[in-house]
Design a protein around this ligand. Structure first.
Ligand SMILES: [Fe+2]
Length: 268
């Protein structure tokens, strides 16, 4: 809502064959809009993942209302806040995290898209990506989400969701990673606006997101999902997913955090 029509030449979506430490630094600094690796996962790996999905527990929807199967696997920390001051509902979270870990091992997904992704991001950074921990316990990383009906304009920022800190590590920048193992024929594009939350946005809240007027006139990039593509962006920029009328839009997703110690950590 306070954007101008002048363009930022650095706020673009880059297509590149591999992630580098420079990409990670630019994403963390918030200059580049998104970095995409076409064919990050090969079609065989995507297909193997889709086959293994049938062995994972899925969210319950009323089949009369939602006739297609929706995959919603693994707990995401921002769904486990209790109260307005951002405390973790720890009992519920750890119970669900443990259940997801057990189900994941049982599904035996090989190759493992999350493992592959973390390994490549670690090589780009020059050190292995560590799991974020709470009191020494690794949190769950590597959710799967089927988003066919779109997602509202929103942002993700751990430091705002949990202002007193949540992890043993302190995060100074957050990145969002997605890799698609199933894509719709049309729709399902991700848009990232050059806009970070500001107090003036708050009157324009809409459910878990924000009304379009908060990003009106803001510079944006829009990326259609393609099978096997890996995408990194800075989720403190407002972002949204458009609905896809036909086909399944399924991604493995996790966040990366750059810590005060210069480490990359991951969580979902
Ligand atoms: Fe998000």
């Amino acid at each position: 809502m306070f954007c101008t029509t002048a363009l930022d030449p650095l706020f673009t979506a880059l297509d590149t064959p591999a992630f580098t430490d420079r990409h990670l630094a630019n994403l963390a600094a918030g200059t580049v809009a998104a970095v995409r690796i076409p064919d990050f996962l090969d079609p065989t790996t995507c297909h193997a993942a889709m086959t293994a999905l049938d062995r994972l527990p899925t969210a319950d929807y009323d089949p009369a209302r939602v006739p297609t199967r929706i995959v919603r696997f693994g707990p995401a920390l921002n769904d486990y806040r209790s109260g307005p001051d951002g405390a973790l509902d720890a009992d519920r979270y750890w119970r669900d995290a443990e259940a997801a870990r057990t189900a994941w091992q049982r599904a035996g997904m090989r190759p493992d898209p999350t493992g592959i992704s973390l390994a490549r991001l670690g090589s780009a950074w020059g050190a292995a990506v560590a799991p974020a921990t709470i009191d020494g316990q690794p949190v769950f990383g590597g959710t799967l989400r089927e988003i066919n009906a779109g997602a509202l304009i929103h942002y993700d920022d751990l430091n705002r969701e949990y202002p007193d800190g949540l992890f043993d590590q302190d995060v100074v920048a957050q990145l969002a990673f997605n890799v698609w193992v199933s894509v719709p024929e049309t729709g399902g594009a991700t848009t990232v606006w050059r806009h970070r939350w500001e107090p003036a946005d708050e009157p324009h809240r809409q459910a878990y997101g924000y009304q379009h007027r908060t990003v009106e006139d803001c510079q944006k990039v829009t990326l259609a999902p393609r099978l096997g593509d890996g995408l990194l962006f800075n989720p403190t920029n407002f972002h949204a997913v458009e609905p896809s009328p036909t086909g399944r839009r399924i991604a493995f997703a996790f966040f990366l955090g750059l810590t005060t110690m210069g480490q990359l950590i991951a969580w979902s």
